[in-house]
Design a protein around this ligand. Structure first.
Ligand code: ADP
Ligand code: MG
Length: 697
């Protein structure tokens, strides 16, 4: 059934086929509903007049009113400009035009009172306004004033007379007819409980706010609604999966007891024990587990994964451990192989470079159930790879695996879905985790193994490089190993490679007797692995690399991480890199090297790294930095297409939205109660327009 809000935008008065084609293409506005949900990204404050004396150059656009005292054209050619003086009781301000001089000077009349709207700037010690909007003062201006909505448009739209003002006019027109038809989408109980504006009123106020207070009420309501429906959807997904998808029951086995007793090389931390219990609880429940295990770098996720693998293998099923790169897969394999073989468990590895002959035998042993643990890269996901009975798949460093790949794993067992444990060290702020992984259960390892000394981080400028080298010399003499990391970004890959090679040369010159490895993305993966291996075994003492070593590599003897051009790395990446050191008992260091000139944001990133080792704190700063000050921020950084909510700022609201959604689903899982009719209808509408939802699930 098509409703009013599905009406195509071309039928709105003043739009027509040509403009509608533009709105479709440039702003993805197809229907009345789309237009109404195209919110302003900021507002110009016309709620009051500033007096001339109050003006200073740090103000945004503001309005002043006054009498036009004089007007003259000065300068010639490119310097030609029209300067008019506007005077109120407190002083005089210059209004300046560089373009359209003839037209403006005909329009303006001395002695008339005008309202000028623009940004005060400082020029030659005087405050002026360049190209202000200017209108004759009318009784309309004497009213309470208003907040003028500002909409994003594009150059093309502006050229076709669809600027922000024009969009505002369309909104105004649409609202007249639309207002009485806007259905409430939240239950009455929630509106009352949280004192939210109605949907209709919010939509009116978001476009044409009466005042600041009404605007923030409208924003709150619309943000809440957006977050609420995302959470409802995620929680429902989770709920359905728990209801429907059976999982094989696994619990503690003799194998695990044997491992604890004879092989576990250290005592597990409290946090490790807790997350293992959480995982067991899922695997024993008879339902399929979908759990995210978050733990900072070095918190010991691998051993947790291994113990879970043992629960499955001990019960006669098979398990897989998947990593994003060959280096990591091999590292896992080498780490687990000794334990597995001494316990009589068959383990093997499958990556892109596994030879065909080895592959054939591997496929066979997987299918007949002989091979119990398979470690590998995404080569594991190929259709040819068939298990006899896959019980658990652990995915390490999830951020490189998409949801589709997760789903592919599910299909690896025909009788029941294998349990899925996703592990990540990429610290994700709670708000993001709740949204991106809102359908997963979450376990967190929030404790590092004992005896770890926090990495000491410093920021040094290029010019102090010799001192840094001196320090490194001492570390090498003491038997430690060093990383030097160089940035690598696609656009200037050539330049970066040159940086890396220059760096390698200067390091070789500074440390002539020290064996050095170099690893970068342009190398064949065999050569990369070979060099990595030399460093892992301690044959080389310095590793010069691009960010290929970012994730997961474990060399406990490496104690210094030098990051060159550190300002070019994001916070999450810096934190990951720093996590490569501080893995042994010795004090480790992270040295961030930059030029003296760095951007303000770059400086904040470096200061954050120097200040804290806490991944979650770093993630929060990261989110705040990357979500710019206006509403469009988080949207365009691409995490989720949110219309109005901002995950960097609306954390509390998100929490409330999730709690409310959860309690409603608890009370009424199928949303059948009459009081939830509004929700039912809204879900149906959203499904129809597939707004937001397809991206999450
Ligand atoms: P990550 O969580 O980053 O994947 P790893 O699993 O690689 O961390 O563990 C980092 C190092 O800590 C490994 O050398 C591992 O053997 C060691 N480790 C893990 N758990 C403990 C523990 N409870 N006590 C001591 N060392 C531990
Ligand atoms: Mg790891």
């Amino acid at each position: 059934m098509k409703g009013f809000f599905d009406t195509r935008i071309e039928f709105l008065k003043g739009v027509g086929p040509q403009k509608s084609a533009l709105l479709n293409k440039e702003l993805q506005i197809f229907t009345y509903g789309d237009l109404l949900q195209y919110y302003p990204f900021r507002y110009e404050d016309r709620t009051r007049f500033f007096s001339v004396r109050e003006l200073h150059h740090q103000l945004p656009n503001i309005q002043v009113k006054g009498v036009l005292k004089s007007m003259e054209t000065i300068g010639t050619r490119s310097k030609k400009r029209l300067v008019a003086q506007l005077q109120d009781e407190t002083g005089t301000v210059d209004l300046v035009w560089f373009k359209g001089i003839n037209w403006i000077s005909k329009k303006l009349k001395k002695g008339v009172t005008y309202v000028a709207f623009g940004k005060p700037t400082l020029y030659g010690g005087r405050i002026n306004m360049a190209h202000p909007e200017i209108d004759v003062l009318t009784p309309n201006h004497q009213g309470p004033g208003y907040l003028q909505p500002v909409y994003h448009t594009t150059e093309l739209l502006k050229r076709r007379f669809l600027d922000s003002r024009a969009i505002g006019k369309l909104q105004k027109q649409l609202l007249v007819n639309a207002y009485p038809k806007i259905a409430e989408s939240l239950p009455e109980t929630l509106l009352n409980e949280l004192s939210l504006l109605s949907r209709a009123e919010s939509l009116r106020q978001i476009h044409f706010p009466e005042d600041h207070k009404k605007l923030s009420q409208a924003q709150l309501r619309l943000k809440f609604e957006e977050l609420f429906y995302i959470q409802l959807r995620l929680l429902k997904l989770k709920h359905t999966r728990i209801e429907k998808y059976q999982g094989k029951v696994f619990g503690e086995t003799a194998l695990i007891r044997e491992f604890y007793h004879s092989y576990l090389p250290f005592e597990l931390t409290g946090a490790q024990k807790r997350v293992i219990r959480e995982i067991y609880r899922d695997m024993k429940s008879g339902k399929q587990m979908n759990r995210l295990l978050q733990g900072d770098v070095g918190s010991g996720k691998t051993i947790v994964a291994f113990i879970c693998l043992l629960a499955v293998v001990g019960a006669g099923s098979q398990a897989a451990l998947m990593a994003p790169t060959e280096i990591l897969a091999e590292q896992h394999f080498r780490g687990l192989h000794p334990f597995a073989t001494s316990m009589g468990i068959e383990i093997d590895i499958l990556t892109g470079s596994t030879k065909k002959s080895a592959r054939d035998s591997l496929h066979q042993r997987l299918q007949n159930g002989q091979l119990k643990i398979l470690v590998g890269t995404h080569a594991l996901l190929e259709d040819k790879v068939q298990f006899q009975s896959l019980g658990l798949a652990v995915i390490d460093e999830q951020h490189r695996f998409g949801v589709a790949q997760r789903a592919k794993l599910w299909s690896k067992n025909k009788d029941f879905y294998p349990h899925v444990l996703v592990m990540t060290a990429t610290p994700i702020p709670r708000t993001l985790a709740m949204t991106l992984y809102g359908d997963l259960e979450i376990s967190i390892i929030d404790e590092l193994p004992p005896g770890r000394k926090p990495v000491e981080t410093v920021h040094r400028y290029d010019e102090n490089r010799l001192k840094v080298f001196g320090f490194i010399k001492k570390q090498i003499t003491a038997g430690r190993q060093i990383y030097f990391v160089y940035p690598l970004i696609e656009e200037s890959a050539k330049m970066d490679l040159k940086h890396l090679e220059d760096g390698y040369e200067s390091i070789s010159r500074a440390f002539p007797d020290v064996p050095i490895s170099i690893v970068h993305g342009k190398m064949k993966s065999r050569d990369k692995d070979y060099e990595m291996q030399r460093f892992v075994k301690g044959e080389t003492r310095i590793m010069v690399a691009t960010t290929v070593i970012e994730v997961g590599v474990n060399v406990p003897n490496a104690t210094v991480m030098v990051i060159e051009n550190a300002e070019r790395f994001g916070l999450a990446q810096l934190h990951q890199l720093r996590g490569r050191v501080g893995r042994g008992a010795d004090q480790s260091f992270c040295i961030l090297i930059t030029d003296v000139k760095i951007s303000k944001e770059g400086r904040t990133r470096l200061q954050t790294m120097v200040r804290t080792n806490n991944g979650f704190e770093i993630a929060d700063v990261d989110l705040k930095l990357r979500g710019p000050g206006d509403l469009m921020g988080t949207q365009q950084s691409g995490v989720l297409d949110l219309l109005i909510a901002d995950l960097g700022k609306d954390g509390k609201l998100l929490q409330v939205a999730r709690e409310k959604a959860a309690s409603i689903l608890d009370q009424d899982p199928d949303l059948k109660l009459p009081i939830h009719e509004n929700i039912r209808k809204q879900v149906a509408r959203q499904k129809k327009s597939s707004l937001n939802w397809s991206r999450i699930s």
